[in-house]
Design a protein around this ligand. Sequence first.
Ligand code: NDP
Ligand code: OXD
Length: 313
Amino acid sequence: MTRTAPHVFFHSEPDSADDWREALAPHFETLRFSVDGACADPASVDVALVWKLPPQGLDAFTRLRAVQSLHAGVNHLDMRRIPAELPIARLVDPSLGRYMVEYAKAAVYRYHRRFHEFERLSREGVWRFSQPTLAGTTSIGVLGLGVLGSEIASALHGEGFEVFGWSRAPKAIEGIRTYAGAQGLREMVARSRIVINVLPLTDATRHVLAQDLFDCCQPRTFLINIGRGDHLVEPDLLSALERGQIEAATLDVAAIEPLPPDHAFWNHPAILLTPHVAGSSTPALAAAQVAENIRRALAGKPLLQQIDRTKGY
Ligand code: NDP
Ligand code: OXD
Protein backbone atom coordinates (compact mmCIF):
# COMPACT_ATOMS: atom_id res chain seq x y z
CA MET A 1 0.00 0.00 0.00
CA THR A 2 1.19 3.51 -0.72
CA ARG A 3 0.03 6.79 0.81
CA THR A 4 0.34 8.88 -2.37
CA ALA A 5 -2.75 9.50 -4.51
CA PRO A 6 -1.55 9.09 -8.07
CA HIS A 7 -3.71 10.12 -10.99
CA VAL A 8 -3.87 7.76 -13.95
CA PHE A 9 -5.52 8.37 -17.28
CA PHE A 10 -6.94 5.34 -19.13
CA HIS A 11 -7.52 5.12 -22.88
CA SER A 12 -7.85 1.80 -24.68
CA GLU A 13 -10.43 0.35 -27.06
CA PRO A 14 -9.66 -3.33 -26.50
CA ASP A 15 -9.26 -3.15 -22.71
CA SER A 16 -11.86 -2.68 -19.99
CA ALA A 17 -11.46 0.46 -17.87
CA ASP A 18 -13.62 -1.11 -15.15
CA ASP A 19 -11.42 -4.21 -14.94
CA TRP A 20 -8.28 -2.07 -14.70
CA ARG A 21 -9.75 0.29 -12.12
CA GLU A 22 -10.79 -2.68 -10.00
CA ALA A 23 -7.44 -4.47 -10.41
CA LEU A 24 -5.36 -1.41 -9.47
CA ALA A 25 -7.48 -0.26 -6.53
CA PRO A 26 -6.07 -2.72 -3.94
CA HIS A 27 -2.53 -1.49 -4.66
CA PHE A 28 -3.20 2.09 -3.50
CA GLU A 29 -4.91 3.72 -0.57
CA THR A 30 -6.42 6.17 -3.04
CA LEU A 31 -6.05 6.25 -6.79
CA ARG A 32 -7.56 8.77 -9.18
CA PHE A 33 -8.57 6.87 -12.30
CA SER A 34 -9.85 8.98 -15.22
CA VAL A 35 -11.19 7.50 -18.43
CA ASP A 36 -10.99 9.31 -21.78
CA GLY A 37 -13.14 12.43 -22.01
CA ALA A 38 -14.13 12.14 -18.36
CA CYS A 39 -10.70 13.42 -17.32
CA ALA A 40 -11.57 16.80 -15.79
CA ASP A 41 -8.06 17.72 -14.68
CA PRO A 42 -5.52 16.55 -17.30
CA ALA A 43 -2.78 18.73 -15.81
CA SER A 44 -2.71 16.50 -12.72
CA VAL A 45 -2.34 13.16 -14.58
CA ASP A 46 0.81 11.26 -13.61
CA VAL A 47 0.66 8.15 -15.80
CA ALA A 48 -1.20 7.34 -19.03
CA LEU A 49 -2.40 3.73 -19.38
CA VAL A 50 -2.98 3.20 -23.06
CA TRP A 51 -3.12 0.85 -26.01
CA LYS A 52 -3.01 3.55 -28.72
CA LEU A 53 -2.59 7.21 -27.83
CA PRO A 54 -5.82 9.16 -27.43
CA PRO A 55 -6.70 11.12 -30.61
CA GLN A 56 -5.92 14.43 -28.90
CA GLY A 57 -2.45 13.16 -27.93
CA LEU A 58 -0.76 13.78 -24.59
CA ASP A 59 -0.26 17.55 -24.75
CA ALA A 60 -2.88 18.34 -22.11
CA PHE A 61 -1.12 16.07 -19.59
CA THR A 62 1.47 18.64 -18.64
CA ARG A 63 2.68 16.75 -15.55
CA LEU A 64 2.81 13.31 -17.19
CA ARG A 65 5.65 11.13 -15.88
CA ALA A 66 5.22 7.89 -17.81
CA VAL A 67 3.29 6.05 -20.50
CA GLN A 68 2.31 2.48 -19.64
CA SER A 69 1.24 0.31 -22.57
CA LEU A 70 -1.52 -2.15 -21.71
CA HIS A 71 0.01 -4.66 -24.15
CA ALA A 72 3.37 -6.37 -24.65
CA GLY A 73 3.97 -4.85 -28.07
CA VAL A 74 4.32 -1.06 -28.31
CA ASN A 75 4.06 -0.75 -32.09
CA HIS A 76 0.55 0.71 -31.72
CA LEU A 77 2.00 3.75 -29.96
CA ASP A 78 2.92 6.68 -32.19
CA MET A 79 6.31 7.48 -30.61
CA ARG A 80 6.57 10.76 -32.50
CA ARG A 81 3.73 12.09 -30.35
CA ILE A 82 5.35 11.08 -27.05
CA PRO A 83 7.89 13.56 -25.68
CA ALA A 84 11.41 12.10 -25.85
CA GLU A 85 12.02 12.37 -22.10
CA LEU A 86 8.89 10.39 -21.11
CA PRO A 87 9.63 6.77 -20.18
CA ILE A 88 7.42 4.15 -21.85
CA ALA A 89 6.82 0.68 -20.43
CA ARG A 90 5.22 -2.35 -22.00
CA LEU A 91 3.18 -4.92 -20.13
CA VAL A 92 4.28 -8.49 -19.51
CA ASP A 93 2.25 -10.23 -16.84
CA PRO A 94 2.93 -13.75 -15.60
CA SER A 95 0.02 -15.25 -17.54
CA LEU A 96 1.15 -13.85 -20.90
CA GLY A 97 4.17 -16.14 -21.27
CA ARG A 98 2.10 -19.15 -20.21
CA TYR A 99 -0.53 -18.40 -22.83
CA MET A 100 2.08 -17.83 -25.54
CA VAL A 101 3.82 -21.10 -24.68
CA GLU A 102 0.52 -23.00 -24.75
CA TYR A 103 -0.33 -21.52 -28.13
CA ALA A 104 3.11 -22.26 -29.58
CA LYS A 105 2.97 -25.86 -28.33
CA ALA A 106 -0.53 -26.38 -29.71
CA ALA A 107 0.46 -25.04 -33.14
CA VAL A 108 3.75 -26.99 -33.19
CA TYR A 109 2.13 -30.29 -32.20
CA ARG A 110 -0.60 -29.80 -34.78
CA TYR A 111 2.11 -29.93 -37.46
CA HIS A 112 4.50 -32.33 -35.73
CA ARG A 113 1.69 -34.88 -35.26
CA ARG A 114 0.20 -33.95 -38.66
CA PHE A 115 -3.24 -33.06 -37.34
CA HIS A 116 -3.47 -30.47 -40.14
CA GLU A 117 -3.33 -33.39 -42.61
CA PHE A 118 -5.69 -35.63 -40.62
CA GLU A 119 -8.20 -32.76 -40.42
CA ARG A 120 -8.27 -32.70 -44.22
CA LEU A 121 -8.27 -36.49 -44.63
CA SER A 122 -11.11 -36.89 -42.14
CA ARG A 123 -13.21 -34.43 -44.12
CA GLU A 124 -12.40 -36.44 -47.28
CA GLY A 125 -13.38 -39.72 -45.58
CA VAL A 126 -9.84 -41.12 -45.86
CA TRP A 127 -8.40 -43.44 -43.15
CA ARG A 128 -4.63 -43.51 -43.79
CA PHE A 129 -1.99 -44.56 -41.27
CA SER A 130 1.24 -42.58 -41.13
CA GLN A 131 4.06 -43.27 -38.73
CA PRO A 132 4.55 -40.55 -36.06
CA THR A 133 8.07 -39.36 -35.38
CA LEU A 134 9.64 -38.41 -32.07
CA ALA A 135 9.88 -34.72 -31.11
CA GLY A 136 13.66 -34.72 -31.57
CA THR A 137 13.19 -35.19 -35.32
CA THR A 138 11.41 -31.85 -35.67
CA SER A 139 13.55 -28.71 -35.66
CA ILE A 140 12.07 -25.36 -34.69
CA GLY A 141 13.49 -21.87 -35.27
CA VAL A 142 12.18 -19.07 -33.07
CA LEU A 143 12.53 -15.47 -34.28
CA GLY A 144 12.84 -13.28 -31.18
CA LEU A 145 14.39 -14.46 -27.93
CA GLY A 146 13.00 -11.87 -25.55
CA VAL A 147 10.76 -12.44 -22.56
CA LEU A 148 8.24 -14.42 -24.61
CA GLY A 149 10.43 -15.93 -27.34
CA SER A 150 12.94 -17.36 -24.88
CA GLU A 151 10.15 -18.85 -22.76
CA ILE A 152 8.66 -20.46 -25.87
CA ALA A 153 12.06 -21.74 -27.08
CA SER A 154 12.90 -23.24 -23.68
CA ALA A 155 9.47 -24.85 -23.33
CA LEU A 156 9.73 -26.47 -26.77
CA HIS A 157 13.25 -27.65 -25.96
CA GLY A 158 11.78 -29.16 -22.79
CA GLU A 159 9.33 -31.10 -24.99
CA GLY A 160 12.30 -32.69 -26.78
CA PHE A 161 12.27 -30.64 -30.00
CA GLU A 162 15.49 -29.40 -31.54
CA VAL A 163 15.20 -25.65 -31.02
CA PHE A 164 17.10 -22.72 -32.55
CA GLY A 165 16.61 -19.06 -31.78
CA TRP A 166 17.40 -15.73 -33.38
CA SER A 167 17.82 -12.36 -31.72
CA ARG A 168 19.37 -9.00 -32.40
CA ALA A 169 22.32 -9.44 -30.03
CA PRO A 170 23.88 -12.91 -29.57
CA LYS A 171 22.33 -14.82 -26.66
CA ALA A 172 23.07 -17.91 -24.61
CA ILE A 173 20.06 -20.03 -23.62
CA GLU A 174 20.54 -23.54 -22.30
CA GLY A 175 19.77 -26.17 -24.89
CA ILE A 176 19.06 -23.65 -27.67
CA ARG A 177 21.43 -23.02 -30.56
CA THR A 178 21.28 -19.28 -31.11
CA TYR A 179 21.86 -17.02 -34.09
CA ALA A 180 22.07 -13.28 -34.68
CA GLY A 181 22.34 -11.00 -37.70
CA ALA A 182 20.87 -11.29 -41.19
CA GLN A 183 23.04 -14.24 -42.20
CA GLY A 184 22.26 -15.95 -38.89
CA LEU A 185 18.55 -15.75 -39.67
CA ARG A 186 19.01 -17.35 -43.06
CA GLU A 187 21.11 -20.14 -41.53
CA MET A 188 18.56 -20.74 -38.80
CA VAL A 189 15.52 -21.01 -41.05
CA ALA A 190 17.44 -23.33 -43.38
CA ARG A 191 17.72 -25.76 -40.44
CA SER A 192 14.16 -25.37 -39.13
CA ARG A 193 11.14 -27.42 -40.13
CA ILE A 194 8.90 -25.09 -38.14
CA VAL A 195 9.51 -21.32 -37.98
CA ILE A 196 7.86 -19.34 -35.17
CA ASN A 197 7.88 -15.55 -35.24
CA VAL A 198 7.63 -13.76 -31.90
CA LEU A 199 9.48 -10.55 -32.72
CA PRO A 200 8.38 -7.04 -31.81
CA LEU A 201 7.34 -4.93 -34.79
CA THR A 202 9.94 -2.25 -35.51
CA ASP A 203 11.34 -0.61 -38.63
CA ALA A 204 14.04 -3.30 -38.62
CA THR A 205 11.65 -6.27 -38.33
CA ARG A 206 8.77 -5.13 -40.56
CA HIS A 207 8.34 -7.60 -43.45
CA VAL A 208 11.02 -9.96 -42.15
CA LEU A 209 8.79 -12.86 -43.24
CA ALA A 210 9.10 -12.34 -46.97
CA GLN A 211 9.98 -14.15 -50.16
CA ASP A 212 13.75 -13.81 -49.70
CA LEU A 213 13.51 -15.53 -46.32
CA PHE A 214 11.11 -18.21 -47.58
CA ASP A 215 13.66 -18.94 -50.33
CA CYS A 216 16.14 -19.90 -47.57
CA CYS A 217 13.64 -22.23 -45.86
CA GLN A 218 13.51 -25.97 -46.25
CA PRO A 219 10.85 -27.15 -48.69
CA ARG A 220 7.52 -27.65 -46.85
CA THR A 221 8.37 -25.49 -43.87
CA PHE A 222 5.61 -24.66 -41.38
CA LEU A 223 5.19 -21.02 -40.36
CA ILE A 224 3.65 -19.83 -37.10
CA ASN A 225 3.26 -16.05 -36.73
CA ILE A 226 2.44 -14.82 -33.24
CA GLY A 227 4.37 -11.54 -33.51
CA ARG A 228 2.60 -8.91 -35.59
CA GLY A 229 0.81 -9.00 -38.92
CA ASP A 230 3.22 -6.53 -40.50
CA HIS A 231 6.12 -8.91 -40.00
CA LEU A 232 4.68 -10.87 -42.91
CA VAL A 233 4.44 -9.90 -46.56
CA GLU A 234 1.07 -11.57 -47.06
CA PRO A 235 1.20 -12.07 -50.87
CA ASP A 236 4.66 -13.67 -50.45
CA LEU A 237 3.17 -16.26 -48.10
CA LEU A 238 0.46 -17.09 -50.62
CA SER A 239 3.02 -17.69 -53.35
CA ALA A 240 5.33 -19.66 -51.01
CA LEU A 241 2.33 -21.90 -50.14
CA GLU A 242 1.54 -22.27 -53.81
CA ARG A 243 5.11 -23.37 -54.55
CA GLY A 244 5.25 -25.72 -51.55
CA GLN A 245 8.09 -23.73 -49.97
CA ILE A 246 5.77 -23.31 -47.03
CA GLU A 247 3.52 -26.32 -46.35
CA ALA A 248 1.11 -24.58 -43.98
CA ALA A 249 0.85 -21.53 -41.75
CA THR A 250 -0.78 -20.66 -38.45
CA LEU A 251 -1.41 -16.93 -38.24
CA ASP A 252 -2.56 -15.28 -35.03
CA VAL A 253 -1.96 -11.77 -36.32
CA ALA A 254 -2.69 -9.96 -39.57
CA ALA A 255 -1.68 -6.68 -41.19
CA ILE A 256 -5.29 -5.54 -40.82
CA GLU A 257 -7.20 -6.82 -37.79
CA PRO A 258 -9.90 -8.00 -37.94
CA LEU A 259 -8.95 -9.62 -41.22
CA PRO A 260 -11.10 -8.08 -44.00
CA PRO A 261 -13.94 -10.37 -45.18
CA ASP A 262 -12.57 -10.67 -48.73
CA HIS A 263 -9.01 -11.52 -47.66
CA ALA A 264 -7.33 -14.44 -49.46
CA PHE A 265 -6.33 -16.04 -46.13
CA TRP A 266 -9.93 -16.88 -45.26
CA ASN A 267 -10.74 -20.44 -46.35
CA HIS A 268 -7.18 -21.07 -47.56
CA PRO A 269 -6.74 -24.83 -47.04
CA ALA A 270 -3.17 -24.44 -45.70
CA ILE A 271 -3.78 -21.49 -43.37
CA LEU A 272 -5.15 -21.65 -39.85
CA LEU A 273 -6.24 -18.23 -38.58
CA THR A 274 -6.76 -17.32 -34.95
CA PRO A 275 -7.97 -13.84 -33.93
CA HIS A 276 -4.92 -12.46 -32.04
CA VAL A 277 -5.47 -14.76 -29.09
CA ALA A 278 -2.01 -16.30 -28.63
CA GLY A 279 -1.38 -14.30 -25.49
CA SER A 280 -3.32 -11.86 -23.44
CA SER A 281 -2.66 -10.00 -20.23
CA THR A 282 -5.03 -10.36 -17.30
CA PRO A 283 -5.60 -7.09 -15.39
CA ALA A 284 -5.80 -8.89 -12.04
CA LEU A 285 -2.34 -10.40 -12.62
CA ALA A 286 -0.79 -7.50 -14.50
CA ALA A 287 -1.87 -4.85 -11.99
CA ALA A 288 1.16 -5.48 -9.78
CA GLN A 289 3.54 -4.44 -12.58
CA VAL A 290 1.47 -1.40 -13.46
CA ALA A 291 1.12 -0.34 -9.80
CA GLU A 292 4.87 -0.69 -9.34
CA ASN A 293 5.45 1.41 -12.46
CA ILE A 294 3.09 4.11 -11.19
CA ARG A 295 5.13 4.24 -7.97
CA ARG A 296 8.40 4.26 -9.93
CA ALA A 297 7.14 7.03 -12.23
CA LEU A 298 6.22 9.15 -9.22
CA ALA A 299 9.66 8.52 -7.73
CA GLY A 300 11.44 9.24 -11.04
CA LYS A 301 12.87 5.70 -11.17
CA PRO A 302 13.32 3.50 -14.27
CA LEU A 303 10.19 1.48 -15.06
CA LEU A 304 9.75 -2.27 -15.19
CA GLN A 305 9.77 -3.42 -18.83
CA GLN A 306 10.78 0.08 -19.92
CA ILE A 307 11.37 0.10 -23.66
CA ASP A 308 14.45 1.43 -25.42
CA ARG A 309 13.09 4.05 -27.78
CA THR A 310 16.14 3.93 -30.03
CA LYS A 311 15.48 0.22 -30.69
CA GLY A 312 11.68 0.58 -30.80
CA TYR A 313 10.99 -2.26 -28.36
P1 NDP B 1 11.05 -8.56 -25.98
O1 NDP B 1 11.22 -7.10 -26.18
O2 NDP B 1 11.28 -9.13 -24.62
O3 NDP B 1 12.01 -9.36 -26.97
C1 NDP B 1 12.14 -9.04 -28.31
C2 NDP B 1 13.12 -10.02 -28.96
O4 NDP B 1 13.17 -9.73 -30.36
C3 NDP B 1 14.54 -9.90 -28.41
O5 NDP B 1 15.15 -11.15 -28.35
C4 NDP B 1 15.21 -9.03 -29.47
O6 NDP B 1 16.61 -9.22 -29.58
C5 NDP B 1 14.54 -9.53 -30.72
N1 NDP B 1 14.66 -8.54 -31.79
C6 NDP B 1 14.15 -7.29 -31.82
N2 NDP B 1 14.53 -6.66 -32.96
C7 NDP B 1 15.30 -7.55 -33.63
C8 NDP B 1 15.99 -7.50 -34.86
N3 NDP B 1 15.99 -6.40 -35.63
N4 NDP B 1 16.69 -8.59 -35.25
C9 NDP B 1 16.71 -9.70 -34.48
N5 NDP B 1 16.07 -9.82 -33.29
C10 NDP B 1 15.37 -8.75 -32.88
O7 NDP B 1 9.58 -8.91 -26.49
P2 NDP B 1 8.62 -10.11 -26.03
O8 NDP B 1 9.31 -11.39 -26.18
O9 NDP B 1 8.03 -9.80 -24.71
O10 NDP B 1 7.42 -9.93 -27.09
C11 NDP B 1 7.67 -10.03 -28.47
C12 NDP B 1 6.45 -9.64 -29.27
O11 NDP B 1 5.43 -10.63 -29.18
C13 NDP B 1 5.71 -8.37 -28.85
O12 NDP B 1 6.39 -7.20 -29.25
C14 NDP B 1 4.41 -8.54 -29.60
O13 NDP B 1 4.52 -8.02 -30.91
C15 NDP B 1 4.23 -10.05 -29.67
N6 NDP B 1 3.11 -10.48 -28.84
C16 NDP B 1 2.05 -11.08 -29.47
C17 NDP B 1 0.97 -11.51 -28.74
C18 NDP B 1 -0.16 -12.21 -29.40
O14 NDP B 1 -1.19 -12.44 -28.77
N7 NDP B 1 -0.02 -12.63 -30.65
C19 NDP B 1 0.89 -11.32 -27.29
C20 NDP B 1 2.06 -10.69 -26.73
C21 NDP B 1 3.12 -10.29 -27.50
P3 NDP B 1 17.60 -8.85 -28.33
O15 NDP B 1 17.34 -9.96 -27.32
O16 NDP B 1 18.94 -8.94 -28.93
O17 NDP B 1 17.17 -7.50 -27.86
C1 OXD C 1 0.11 -8.02 -27.52
C2 OXD C 1 -0.58 -8.32 -26.25
O1 OXD C 1 1.07 -7.24 -27.52
O2 OXD C 1 -1.67 -8.93 -26.31
O3 OXD C 1 -0.29 -8.59 -28.57
O4 OXD C 1 -0.06 -7.97 -25.19
